[in-house]
Design a protein around this ligand. Sequence first.
Ligand SMILES: *Cc1c(COP(=O)(O)O)cnc(C)c1O
Length: 389
Amino acid sequence: MKDWKTKLIHSDTKTRQDFHSLTTPVYRGSTVVFPTMESIAIGWDQEEVGYTYGVSGTPTSLELAARIAELETGSGALLAPSGLSAISLVDLSYLSAGSHLLIPDNVYVPGRLLATNLLKRFGVETEFYPACVGADIAKHIRPNTHLIWTESPGSITMELQDIPAIAAVAHEHGVPVAMDNTWAAGVYFNAFEHGVDISLQAATKYVGGHSDVLLGSVTVRDASHWERIGETRSRLGLCVSPDECSLVLRGLQTLSVRLRHVEQAALQVAEWLEKRPEVETVLHPALPSCPGHELWKRDFTGSSGLFSIVFRREFSPEQVRGFVNSLKLFKIGFSWGGVTSLAAAYNVQRIRPHTEYGERLVRLSIGLEETTDLIADLEQAMKVFAPGA
Ligand SMILES: *Cc1c(COP(=O)(O)O)cnc(C)c1O
């Protein structure tokens, strides 16, 4: 007879294991056990060698990664604890001391800071190329260019990139192309059909969809990128919690209905804003008036709920911030892609001095509220622009 204290660890109870749930179980675990010493396999690729240790993946994380790869039509996907850590994983997979890195000048700001701070310390030189460069990317490629980032549309200022043109030139020079595909949720832009090698998403945004989880994914075109990024991920010890993966697996199930709703709602709001006298430009890729709209029309199959507006020049930064502060349904906050509509004013002057938007830009993320209520909220906040307000 075992002592009760031993039974706490090695119980003799038997419960039925035939619970055929529709959901993927949350498998927690660091250690996985092997039947014999001889059966122990070593390697980070759990699909290949079997499960060896929690840091390399669990059935929950591998299921989510496989589903994201399936949606994006890649050959495989690797997960990281946040979108930003996924960006750093790609950087560290391809760059070393002496490398030259190309990043579009409209890039997600923390990705820029990663390059100018940490990567610089490790001897990587970063060049910020004009986002609308197209085939002229050739002028920026050097013999030591080891990675080209793209992001379309760009964070905050929403420029569209000619990804096929960039990819064609990059491949002539043997340089891999990575894309931040978060805006299109990995589904409204097929990165691989347009020549991208590595498609990244902050699953924190649309795939998770509820502002309650942080996760990043890196989907790859083929086995060579899989090996390289998987190996680096293993060396770094990057791993993801099965609880977070479970939330994202749940979010995935409703991605299509949420995207369909926010696409329609964002277009309605954008079209309403376009007619407002206070607004100079609406930067929504699906609007014909948006710079780069032709590229969106050519390459994308839909639009999501994130876009920006630029107020007219006569309005002060205080008035623009006052507009955001006056919103009631729209909340002020970072991130996007959740069920709650968000707004934030940006000092574009500080991050992209070559643009003319100054401090007149407000980015909106449309959520699942009734669209007429959102428009009414924007309308009441416009009062701050009235003379004498
Ligand atoms: C939010 C965001 C990221 C980073 O995602 P986190 O999970 O918040 O780290 C990367 N790229 C873009 C375009 C984003 O908006």
